[in-house]
Design a protein around this ligand. Structure first.
Ligand SMILES: [Zn+2]
Length: 196
């Protein structure tokens, strides 16, 4: 699990940092029972804009994707991401801080945003309702609104809305180019957001 190992690593770095600071400020050194709060480095990418907002998602990693093309169903690939369903117009947010690499229209993805995180991972958000709220080259913080949840895509014409329900497609690409399943992290971020 790259996330948990990375998390352990970042906590270790944090502990070292605290230990270093503690030398100069011994009076505020945390007790042995102290648990440092996890920095809000990552944010669940769909906002809960109203208390009754419905957000729904499950592990759909590598689910077969079929489309009705030229009179018959064809498998067009496997799902390399996680779909988070929400009401159209719900703010979509950057999970991590980073630099926007792509923002605009793509045939399958509709209005989409690609963000290169500081750790080299590429975060891909698709099917936004409107042109993205960010531009290539722009630096974004985690939690920053990048657009609105929608159902655009599967069309040449920018703005084409398709038949599927509004959702945010989230994809995570490792620096090696390999796409990985976002669901475990999405589930954890969602549950953390609910418990507050
Ligand atoms: Zn998807």
């Amino acid at each position: 699990m790259p996330y948990s190992s990375r998390r352990v690593l970042s906590l270790a770095v944090l502990a070292l940092t605290i230990a270093g600071v503690g030398g100069a400020r011994a009076e505020v050194a945390p007790s042995s029972g102290y648990v440092a709060p996890e920095p809000k480095a990552r944010v669940f990418p769909v906002a809960r804009s109203k208390w009754y907002s419905v957000i729904n998602f499950k592990d759909d990693w590598l689910a077969p994707r079929r489309r009705f093309v030229d009179g018959r169903w064809r498998q067009v690939g496997f799902h390399e991401g996680n779909d988070i369903f929400a009401e159209p117009g719900t703010p979509a947010r950057a999970t991590t801080k980073g630099v926007v690499e792509q923002a605009g229209w793509l045939f399958y993805s509709g209005w989409r945003v690609g963000i290169r995180a500081d750790d080299g991972r590429y975060w891909f958000y698709a099917h936004l309702a409107e042109p993205p709220a960010v531009s290539p080259g722009q630096r974004v913080e985690s939690g920053q609104t990048i657009g609105l949840v929608g159902n655009t895509g599967y069309g040449q014409t920018p703005g084409h809305k398709d038949e599927f329900s509004a959702h945010l497609h989230v994809g995570i690409q490792e620096p090696t180019g390999e796409w990985v399943n976002p669901y475990p992290l999405m589930k954890r971020l969602y549950e953390n957001a609910q418990s507050r």
